[in-house]
Design a binder for this molecule. Structure first.
Ligand SMILES: Cc1cc2nc3c(=O)[nH]c(=O)nc-3n(C[C@H](O)[C@H](O)[C@H](O)COP(=O)(O)O)c2cc1C
Length: 189
């Protein structure tokens, strides 16, 4: 599969990257093609609700000419999207939030309220790290992620949620993390 992973942490070698890297190495060994995109390096503005995207039905047609234009191509050319994010204030990181808002243009509405999705049937996965336990925001991010996947008519390929991360030791020396990664990777066989 062609996989595009979007790293939503401002830290390019932080906790979330560490988990993503462990996953990416395994996916590559399995023969998948994976590209990691560091959203912190991209210029991604917020959605301005101009609705220009709704005037064209077969392509994103977002009016904002920033790095999202190239990322739309990457999304549309991938079989699977991975979102990797730390929990920031009971939510996705700001980088992932801006990115997701800008995917509004991938759904095209008809006058009767029905819509088509340009990403229907593509797979999507979530990689999440948090300092708190699963009820200190990670639960809400998983819920938002699942709603987003359903909205875009994508297919959830799984999630790796690593909570209680206070140092990299909690990731690297943690059999529970290894087990979660293995379960996730098995979905790509
Ligand atoms: C601004 C900010 C907000 C945070 N909010 C939460 C939170 O609401 N819940 C939580 O469990 N952890 C929270 N954390 C902790 C991070 O999610 C955690 O340290 C994560 O592993 C950092 O990943 P990174 O190194 O990839 O950025 C927050 C951290 C920061 C910097």
């Amino acid at each position: 599969m062609k996989i595009c992973a979007f790293l939503g942490s401002p830290r390019k070698t932080g906790n979330t990257y560490l988990v993503l890297k462990m996953i990416a190495e395994k996916l590559e060994k399995m023969g998948h093609e994976i590209e990691i995109i560091y959203l912190i390096d991209k210029n991604i503005k917020g959605c301005i609700e101009c609705f220009q995207c709704q005037k064209v039905k077969n392509k994103p047609n977002c009016s904002i000419k920033d790095d999202m234009q190239n990322l739309y191509e990457k999304i549309l050319n991938s079989d699977c999207i991975l979102l990797a994010t730390p929990v920031f204030c009971w939510s996705f990181s700001w980088l992932i939030k801006s990115f997701l808002d800008r995917t509004y243009c991938l759904d095209k509405y008809n006058e009767d309220g029905s819509y088509i999705s340009l990403v229907e049937g593509k797979k999507c996965g979530l990689i999440l790290t948090a300092a708190g336990d699963e009820f200190e925001g990670a639960d809400l991010v998983v819920e938002s992620y699942l709603r987003m996947v359903e909205y875009h008519r994508m297919i959830d390929i799984g999630r790796v949620v690593v909570c209680n991360v206070l140092s990299t030791k909690d990731i690297l020396e943690n059999p529970e993390v290894e087990r979660k990664i293995k379960n996730f990777i098995d979905n790509f066989k």
